[in-house]
Write a new protein. Structure first.
Length: 192
């Protein structure tokens, strides 16, 4: 899985009201670390790229969901009683399954036996940072805001800080800001 930065050093510096380049490397590293955390919190792959996932299915299980959503293309879906998919014919769309590309949800039109499903597809939220910011501005802004908040608190965890004109006093360990957590909750991948 390739890591995608969800915002830029410049966006964070704008929130902080900074123009000097003296902390650019640190802020860039913080952006990458926060992007990784957001990917975990969202429960889905951010970088749009080719993926192959193998799922264990219970007898009669009709629905599975891929990790990299939204899906932009489906290559194949194969069903096997073992994890060996060589020589196994791909299932047929609208005959064996239906798919919701936006949610990455695959619903079988039959009750499969216990076994494994291999899904080869292209999916993820965006191909690069610019595309991500354009398609998911709320998440990109939340990432910038969280990085700015943590940058300001990096040397004084039990103090006050100002981000976007709001002064806050903290005496607790660093955590996600409430409005950042709300954005992540709204965009979290659904599980089956």
């Amino acid at each position: 899985m390739t890591l995608l930065d969800l915002t830029t050093t410049a966006d964070v510096k704008t929130l902080l009201g900074k123009s000097k380049a003296d902390h650019d490397t640190l802020i860039g590293e913080m952006v990458t670390d926060m992007s990784r955390r957001f990917e975990q919190e969202l429960g889905r792959s951010l970088m749009a790229e080719s993926q192959t996932e193998v799922f264990s299915v219970r007898q009669g299980q009709r629905t599975i969901g891929v990790t990299a959503v939204p899906m932009s293309a489906l290559t194949s879906i194969k069903l096997s009683i073992t994890k060996d998919f060589s020589g196994v014919a791909a299932l047929t769309s609208n005959n064996d399954f239906v798919i919701d590309l936006a949610q990455g949800e695959i619903e079988f039109l039959f009750a499969p036996d216990k076994g494994y499903v291999e899904v080869a597809y292209t999916g993820g939220m965006a191909a690069n940072t610019s595309a991500f910011k354009s398609a998911f501005p709320d998440i990109a802004r939340a990432c910038s805001k969280q990085v700015a908040y943590e940058f300001e608190r990096r040397n004084r965890p039990n103090s006050s800080t100002t981000v976007e004109g709001a002064n806050r006093t903290y005496d607790a360990p660093l955590g996600l800001l409430p409005d950042v957590q709300t954005v992540l909750d709204m965009n979290r991948r659904r599980y089956w």
